[in-house]
Ligand binder design. Structure first.
Ligand code: GAP
Length: 485
């Protein structure tokens, strides 16, 4: 990360805390690593992102319905899905510091260091050797590379390593009151399986005809060993996933459709085109016949935000096999039974949140001549802004608070508003800019005479005088989902 990007990222993290967007979990006990809480503004922003996704996927598609499956699932689910045997990271411990690392991460860091030092050939050779070792799951070879490239533990500085072992990323716990009789179950590592096991229920009760989709938003849990970059890689996070069931043979056409549709969803928010790119998977998971990531340019480089995967009939076939229940669809158009193929769209809500925050964050120098001034503004899309408008009486007297409250009461059912009467109007504007409030509505003495207010626009900082009874329409038109969908 360049110094500027590094500084920008640090500033966004402190801004997120200072203005009630994201807090470290259990901070008063020194926090819990890679677990975060969303504050008063963060939870509003997160809800708005969820609403945008849900409306575009479920409400705008007649053939997509939404569900809300439980986090706990029958343990056989995870045997069938392959997570018990295959959801692993290769780990290595340093015997002196007792610290555990992801072996591929240590090697990746070394490759970056070679590149920074201008040793491109060495970097490439190591990259190829690492890819080969990972592909063939050759753990001994991963350790050999760590030794050969003289990689030392960042904490102890020694090269006293254990062998590389596979480490399953699922969290497990016990279900049942009596310890001896209780069963081990898992906290779901993805929401997708809750959709697959409900395929028959939804298809039958909703009388769904292929092609159709099932969408879900919910928590997922992974015991990430390397947790870094703030809310980018967490142990408890949220996913917004949709599984689209199609006739075998038509999956590539739908894969292209969803690849295109999902990128348009991102770009509709007004993010510059250059900030996004596709990254096609060269090495495919055993169940996939195509996969692509939608990547965003974070301050620490292009990183995955969303994956679109053509998962074939792998998941439904596996659940059919492990449950013994017939999971098939009778297609009247071709008079055939088959296990549907699946196109999955899977976006991390927390990564989308971080992307949104970073993209909106702007430090502006507003100095004029000798008069120094600056502001931090979150240029959030009005639909996503946590607070849509702030109602600000110019002073605390002369009946202005009462008039402001009257306006607030009229609008608060339709919009999330805030009311502030403390501090100068300038300071109050700055506080709203910092949380991305698109409108500040000031009630002054003229309001009492002619029922007009000033409305100040966040991005241009321009003010206009408007009749108070037009506020519903003015705010409503800017925060309407019609602007995005
Ligand atoms: N059902 C497919 C699936 O789970 P994935 O690529 O493992 O695919 C999908 O995850 C998305 O979930 C990623 O693109 C990312 O945005 C998000 N994600 C995955 N692991 C995460 C973590 N530890 N913390 C935050 N977000 C994560």
């Amino acid at each position: 990360m360049s110094k500027n990007n590094d500084e920008l990222f640090k500033n966004v993290i402190s801004h997120a805390k200072e203005y009630g967007f994201v807090f470290q979990s259990s901070e008063i006990y020194d926090g819990l690593s890679a677990v975060y809480d969303y504050g008063q503004n963060g939870s509003e922003l997160k809800n708005n992102i969820k609403t945008y996704w849900w409306k575009s996927m479920v409400q705008m598609h007649e053939n997509i319905v939404g569900i809300d499956a439980a986090i706990f699932m029958h343990p056989t689910t995870w045997k069938a899905s392959g997570h018990v045997d295959g959801f692993n990271d290769p780990m290595i411990d340093n015997k002196d510091s007792k610290k555990r690392y992801r072996a591929d991460q240590l090697l990746e860091d070394k490759i970056t260091r070679y590149e920074k030092d201008g040793k491109a050939e060495k970097a490439l050779a190591l990259q190829l050797a690492m890819d080969e070792a990972l592909k063939s799951e050759n753990l001994a070879s991963l350790k050999d590379l760590i030794i050969e490239h003289e990689i030392a533990c960042p904490v102890s500085g020694t090269r006293n390593w254990t062998d590389v072992r596979q480490f399953n990323l699922m969290f497990s716990t016990q279900i049942g009151a009596v310890a001896e009789e209780s069963d081990q179950i898992y906290l779901r590592p993805e929401t997708a399986q809750g959709i697959f096991v409900n395929y028959l229920n939804v298809q039958k009760t909703g009388r769904m005809k292929i092609p159709f989709g099932i969408a879900q938003i919910g928590k997922a849990f992974r015991n990430e060993v390397i947790a870094r970059q703030f809310i980018m890689r967490m142990r408890e996070f949220e996913q917004m996933e949709m599984q689209f069931f199609v006739r075998p043979g038509s999956e590539m056409q739908w894969y292209e459709y969803w690849k295109d549709t999902r990128l348009k969803w991102h770009k509709a928010l007004g993010t510059a085109d250059v900030k996004y790119r596709y990254h096609d998977h060269v090495k495919l998971a055993h169940y996939a016949n195509a996969a692509v990531d939608i990547e965003f340019e974070f301050p620490f480089g292009f990183k995955e935000v969303e994956g679109i995967h053509s998962r074939t009939d792998f998941d439904l076939s596996q659940h059919q096999k492990f449950s013994g229940k017939k999971i098939q669809y009778f297609d009247p158009e071709i008079n055939q039974n088959y296990v549907p193929y699946v196109i999955e769209t899977s976006i991390g809500l927390d990564r989308m949140f971080l992307l949104t925050l970073i993209n909106a964050y702007e430090e502006q120098d507003l100095s004029e001549g000798d008069k120094k001034d600056s502001r931090v503004v979150l240029k959030l899309h009005p639909c996503l802004a946590p607070v849509k408008a702030a109602i600000l009486p110019l002073t605390k007297k002369d009946g202005l608070p009462e008039k402001a409250r009257e306006i607030m009461d009229r609008l608060k059912l339709d919009f999330n508003l805030t009311y502030e009467e403390k501090d100068s109007i300038g300071k109050r504007y700055r506080r709203q800019d910092a949380i991305g409030t698109p409108f500040c509505i000031t009630v002054d003495h003229q309001t009492l005479e002619d029922n007009t207010v000033t409305i100040r626009h966040r991005d241009s900082m321009e003010q206009e005088r408007v009749p108070a009874d037009q506020l519903e329409q003015i705010i409503g038109s800017r925060v309407s989902w019609k602007n995005l969908l």
